[in-house]
Structure formats: C-alpha cells, structure tokens
Design a protein around this ligand. Structure first.
Ligand code: HEM
Length: 417
C-alpha cells in the first residue's frame, strides 16, 4: 500500500514537487539522489530546519535547533553515553540483563502488548543511563508522562483542553518539570555522588564551567529528546520485527538457527554474549535492516536550502524548506526487488549501509546521522537472541500496521509467550 502511494505521488507530481503542508510551503523530495545530496551538504548548501509544530513538542532548544560547534559539542556528549565504545563495553551487558528479565516477566501472561512492553523495557535502560532514574521503582511515572506525550505527537497541533495535542503538551510539561527538579537536586548534591557517570553528570560538569557552551534549557531539551528517541524508536522497530517474524516462519527458523549455532559453539553457555558473537549475527542484521527499511519510522527529515540548488533539471531556490521522505529510497524498485515484501535474504546481496547511503536512510545521514543507531541495532539483536533461544510465541490479537501518516499499530500487537 505504501509502495503504491509513493508511486502514485511520484507519477502525479514527479519525484520533487512543491506543496503546502504543516502550514508551510515545502519542497517534497521523493528523490533518493536529492535526499542523499542534501544530507551530504549539511551546514553548507543546506541546514537543518524543522516545522514550528515539531519545535513546540520537542522544545525550542532541542538538538535540531543547534548548528556548528554547539551541535558538534552536544553530539559528542550523546556519543559518550551511546557511542560505539560505551555500547561495546557497558550497554551490551545492561541490555542483555534487561532483555532476559523482561522476557521472563512475559511468561505466564495471557496477553503481552509488544510495543508497550518493549518501550517500557528500553526506557528502563536509558532512563538509568541518562538520569540514573529507576522508573520501575518509581511506579513508571516518567514513562507514563512520555506515553501521554507520544500519543499526541502526530495529532493536529491545537492545544485546547480535551484535545490529544493538549494531553501531549501536558505530558511534556510534566516531564520537563521532573527533569528540572532532578537537575537542581543533583547539582546541589553533586559532591556526594559516587555511582557511574550519567548524562546529568556530563551536563552538570558543563554548566559549572566558567564559560559553558550549553545553557540549562538546551541541556534539558537534549535530555528530553534523548529519553524519547532512545525508547520510542527502537520499541516500534522491535514490534515490527516480531510481527514480520510471526508472519514469516522461514525467516524465524533461520534466525533461530543462527542464534542456536552461537550457543552451541560457546564454552560457557550461561555467560553474556560477547561483542564478537554479536557481530557474527549476519542474518539477524539482515532482519533488522529489512524491518527498518519497511518500517520507516522517521517519516520525514526537514532541511532548508542555503543557496540555489540545481539537480536533475529542477531548481530549488535559496530559502526553500525541504521535506525528504526516506521511503523513496527504501521502496526503489531498481535497488529492492518487490520492495514492499519483507525479504531479509535480499541483504545477502546488498552491502549493509554504513554512514550515508542513498538507498538506505532509516538513520538519516551526514553530520546528523542518528547518534543512537549502533545502540539501537545492538539492543534489537540482543532481545531477539534471548527471545528465540528460550521461548516461542503466538499472536493473540492486533498486529495490523498502518502508515497514517507515520507507522502505527492501531490495536497494538498482542502475543502470548
Ligand atoms: C530504530 C531506531 C532509530 C531510528 C530509526 C532513528 C532515526 C533517526 C534519524 C532518521 C535521525 C536523523 C534526523 C535528521 O537528520 O533530521 C536521527 C537522529 C538522532 N537520533 Fe535516532 N533513531 C533511532 C534510535 C535512536 C536512539 C536509540 C537514540 C539515542 C540513544 C537516538 C538519538 C538520536 C539523536 C541524538 C539524533 C540527532 C543527531 C544529530 O542531530 O546530530 N536515536 N535518528
């Protein structure tokens, strides 16, 4: 259905067309080449821009509002907690513990809604990493505020009591109040802290500098974005993966065999998986990439042209705002045969994307390439490992995927382990 929609839009208006959306005059690009060009030209020919409604929900000081040295500095802070080194040495173990515990808690339950359960699980890991907050012990209050906020993300932006958008903004307000209180408390008690470094520590170090690059509002908006990005995205893709595996027993079998082979060749089957074992999971990686390709959870990326751009016979005038749709690349029939079909085996013949690729943009590209991509992929692989080597499941209800406008499971996806 999605493939048809993209095809129809491109047929009717061409791959690049102008329209008015979200109250803005926009150039919409369904052109993989233009999208890749824009991402490679970040902060030169193009710069990041997001619509005012987006800035309202993510905060005017969020990372997409920052350019140049400040953006680079914020990105470096994020990568200290979620970049390659930490993913490999710390998160690999934290994530395995949480996957094992979470799956054990699903046993005996007649109905587990996958999206909600995995979102809560991931939030547990990232809230600890970011703000040393144990949400399960605090009655999941913070996760619930985020849940209210997320449910209004794709709603019409009218903030009147009773509307979904109002609930969303109230959710944001509550989260921000909590984060602010915690930051004040942590700054007060910074000298007594002995546990491992979290994001508050990095922020407090920064704010205590004589000439800090980030102010408190920027730090809090970054924290808010990180808490959101770290759980909502990965849990959606994990739900998509489970749905596809449920519907494709052959793929599930090949995935299970891959993980059983890893267990068979281990000296100590009870120990955590190692980085090398994770990196050996080729078919798992194909399943993850194929699901990311089809799920397209980052519906669109926005940029503004800093100069006139001439491409494939089109002129994009300086100042134009551009909405790039990654699904144009992901459903390109010249790269992906039968693009709407879930076929993880196709990745055996396609080099897996690293960095910016015009054929795969699930994590964006260029200077703004997703800072959590490596963490997210590892987390999915670990969850799948403990799932397929210890359990089987059957679908109970829901599971219908809708793209309206972003990917949704209107009735959830309910399974029994
Ligand atoms: C399946 C999971 C995910 C997907 C599909 C995804 C997708 C994306 C995309 C497309 C962008 C680029 C946006 C743009 O250029 O306008 C992005 C940026 C970003 N993502 Fe992710 N993301 C995922 C998971 C995560 C996780 C787990 C984290 C944090 C732990 C994270 C943190 C970020 C941050 C901080 C940025 C901004 C980078 C910058 O501006 O330099 N993401 N993500």
């Amino acid at each position: 259905m999605l493939g048809r929609l993209v095809g129809e839009l491109a047929c009717r208006y061409g791959p690049i067309f102008r329209t008015n959306l979200v109250g803005e005059d926009l150039v919409v690009s369904l052109d993989a080449e233009l999208n890749a060009h824009v991402l490679k030209q970040e902060e030169r020919g193009f710069q990041i821009w997001y619509p005012p409604s987006f800035m309202r929900v993510f905060g005017a000081d969020n990372i997409t509002a920052k350019l140049g040295v400040l953006h680079h500095h914020m990105r470096t802070l994020v990568l200290r907690l979620f970049g390659h080194q930490t993913v490999r040495s710390v998160l690999l173990h934290d994530v395995q513990r949480s996957a094992r515990d979470e799956l054990r808690s699903w046993l005996g339950r007649p109905d587990v809604e996958v999206r909600t359960a995995t979102s809560r699980m991931i939030f547990g890991v990232t809230a600890k990493k970011l703000i040393s907050h144990d949400d399960a012990a605090s009655g999941e209050t913070l996760w619930r505020c985020f849940h209210d906020w997320t449910s209004g993300l794709l709603s019409f932006p009218v903030s009147i009591p009773g509307t979904t958008f109002y609930r969303c903004m109230q959710g944001r307000k509550k989260v921000m109040t909590m984060l602010k209180q915690q930051l004040v408390e942590r700054r007060r008690n910074a000298a007594e802290r002995e546990t491992t470094e979290d994001f508050f520590d990095l922020v407090i170090d920064e704010l205590n500098k004589p000439d800090p690059m980030m102010d408190e509002s920027t730090a809090l908006d970054l924290l808010f974005t990180m808490l959101f990005a770290s759980h909502e995205t990965t849990s959606m893709v994990l739900t998509v993966i489970l749905k596809y595996l449920t519907d494709n027993p052959k793929a599930l079998q090949e995935l299970t065999e891959e993980h059983e082979r890893i267990l068979e060749s281990r000296a100590n089957p009870g120990s955590d998986l190692t980085w090398e074992e994770y990196k050996s999971m080729k078919f798992t990686s194909h399943v993850i990439h194929e699901s990311l390709r089809l799920a397209n959870i980052a519906l669109a990326m926005f940029r503004k042209a800093n100069q006139d751009v001439h491409i494939n016979g089109y002129t994009i005038p300086k100042g134009s705002k551009i909405m790039m749709c990654a699904l144009a690349s992901h459903l390109n029939t010249e790269v992906y045969e039968d693009p709407s079909v879930f076929n993880p085996w196709r990745w055996k013949d396609i080099p897996e994307p690293v960095g910016t690729s015009k054929d795969f943009m699930a994590f964006g590209g260029g200077l703004r390439l997703c800072a959590g991509a490596e963490f997210s992929k590892m987390q999915m692989a670990m969850f799948l490992h403990y799932l397929v080597t210890n359990y089987s499941w059957k679908p109970v209800s829901g599971g219908t995927m809708l793209f309206y406008p972003g990917l949704q499971f209107p009735e959830g996806f309910h399974i029994q382990l």
